[in-house]
Design a protein around this ligand. Structure first.
Ligand code: FE2
Length: 246
């Protein structure tokens, strides 16, 4: 059994859409009162594929927080054709595009599965421009399930980091007629079957539910426009090496 003595602070944010909400992002960073051990980006950090605005986001984190490990999934605005460029330009960031990583932080192994997630129905633009997108979204659900199972075998704690919403249950406040363009409820079953310790998503700018428990699994909305703050979560070790988010 792993002995854990330290607290782990995790920060997460998505939908900065730099340069659109850069000012709000800077202000939110300045209000953070803990230095996180890990910074998660939950996608749509830039606006419509504008790679040149990613640097401003990273620089601001370095300026206000200092050196910190950054792990990121991609959002729909980090278009497929710029993802390779982002990986090359920011080798210090671990980008996860239907992948997982196991980090050793503060004496324990933290597994993170990162994905853009899926839409129940592709947007009109996606349907026109991305071949097989409906099938890709469906197939991604079982892919993510396998990644979660694998990450779980190798980690003490597992976070599912995704851009699109994992459930319709967290969408209250959004326009009901477009729920199918905001996420895919197929992830609910994956979450219930694999039970990650925490699920962090974004993309819902208007949702008034920032936290939801799906059979006791915490789902947290890290969308900057919805939350108005950087999401911070504190992990504490319990007596016998079991972990608990406080
Ligand atoms: Fe988005």
């Amino acid at each position: 059994m792993v002995k854990l003595k330290e607290k782990l602070n995790i920060a997460a944010v998505g939908d900065v859409h730099s340069p659109k909400f850069l000012r709000e992002f800077k202000a939110a960073l300045s209000r953070m009162n803990v230095k996180p051990d890990l910074f998660l980006m939950s996608g749509d950090m830039i606006y419509k594929g504008k790679v040149q605005y990613f640097k401003a986001v990273v620089n601001e984190i370095l300026l206000q927080i200092g050196e910190v490990k950054i792990v990121s999934c991609f959002g729909n605005e980090e278009f497929e054709n710029i993802r390779g460029t982002l990986r090359k330009l920011f080798p210090q960031i671990t980008f996860l595009d239907d992948e997982y990583v196991v980090l050793s932080i503060n004496d324990f192994k933290l597994g993170i599965v990162g994905t853009q997630g899926s839409l129940l129905k592709p947007t009109r633009w996606q349907a026109r421009n991305i071949p097989r997108i409906a099938a890709i979204y469906r197939e991604r659900i079982s892919k993510v399930k396998n990644l979660l199972l694998e990450a779980k075998r190798r980690s003490d704690y597992v976070i599912l980091l995704m851009h699109y919403a994992p459930s319709f249950k967290v969408m209250e406040g959004e326009n009901r007629s477009v729920y199918h363009w905001l996420g895919h409820p197929g992830y609910e079953r994956v979450i219930l079957e694999t039970r990650p310790n925490l699920v962090i998503y974004a993309h819902l700018h208007n949702a008034n539910i920032l936290e939801y428990r799906l059979d006791n699994v915490r789902l947290l909305n890290s969308s900057l426009p919805a939350r108005g703050e950087i999401l911070t979560v504190e992990v504490k070790a319990e007596k016998y090496g079991l972990l608990k988010f406080m």
